[in-house]
Design a binder for this molecule. Structure first.
Ligand code: GRF
Length: 207
């Protein structure tokens, strides 16, 4: 099997604190992920993800419908920026906006996301943060987990690439579930990316 001569370039879209971004960057630095984080884009100027990217000397940009004039223009500008940085994989790490059609078309099958539940359960519009874990508890589910999936036009509906699960235990709260699932996310996302970059998992072939 041939090996890539160069690590894959990762471009991140993140809206929040950026713990998945950090975990993936750490995996790259430690040589556990054969990739280079080349650019971070956030729709929120105050996002922890942007602050972290600047501290880590990763080019970081604040872009949204207001900064670029409209979401259509923002979609074009984000696509151009990701191309400029020669991004191979677009990694959503807590990105709360829908990804534009130009970006999705340009990076066909190369836009990935992680969601803090066992999709297709507890996904879709409004299913973010605490709401996901409250929904798991309300449904009485005996297990939960995290899902890495391809991104399409609809929230959390792209093909599932990898999942990891944990039990829901007596006394769990949305906060306790969020903490355990987040820990799971940090290893699952980086390890799934490594599977993809090494060619063992081909997102375009997942039916
Ligand atoms: C994570 O729970 C992820 O699954 C979801 O958004 C959250 C982002 O957290 N898509 P962080 O910003 O990576 O800490």
């Amino acid at each position: 099997m041939s090996r890539r001569s160069q690590p894959a370039n990762l471009g991140f879209l993140a809206s929040g604190r950026g713990s998945n971004l950090r975990a993936i960057v750490d995996h790259c630095k430690e040589g556990r992920l054969d990739a280079t984080p080349v650019v971070v884009i956030s729709n929120d100027a105050a996002a922890g993800a942007l602050r972290y990217a600047r501290e880590a000397a990763i080019p970081a940009f604040h872009m949204n419908g207001e900064t670029d004039g409209s979401w259509t223009k923002c979609d074009q500008a984000m696509t151009a920026l990701l191309k400029k940085y020669r991004v191979d994989w677009v990694v959503l790490a807590g990105y709360t906006k829908k990804v534009g059609s130009q970006l999705l078309g340009t990076f066909h099958n190369r836009v990935l996301n992680i969601h803090p539940s066992l999709l297709p359960r507890h996904g879709g519009a409004g299913m973010y943060g605490r709401h996901v874990h409250q929904s798991v508890l309300d449904a009485g589910d005996s297990e939960t987990g995290a899902t890495v999936h391809r991104v399409n036009e609809e929230y959390d509906q792209g093909k599932i690439l990898a999942q990891r699960r944990i039990p829901v235990v007596r006394g769990d709260t949305p906060e306790s579930l969020a903490a355990r699932v987040l820990e799971l996310e940090h290893s699952l996302y980086a390890e799934t990316l490594q599977e993809i970059i090494s060619g063992n998992l081909k997102p375009e072939n997942v039916a």
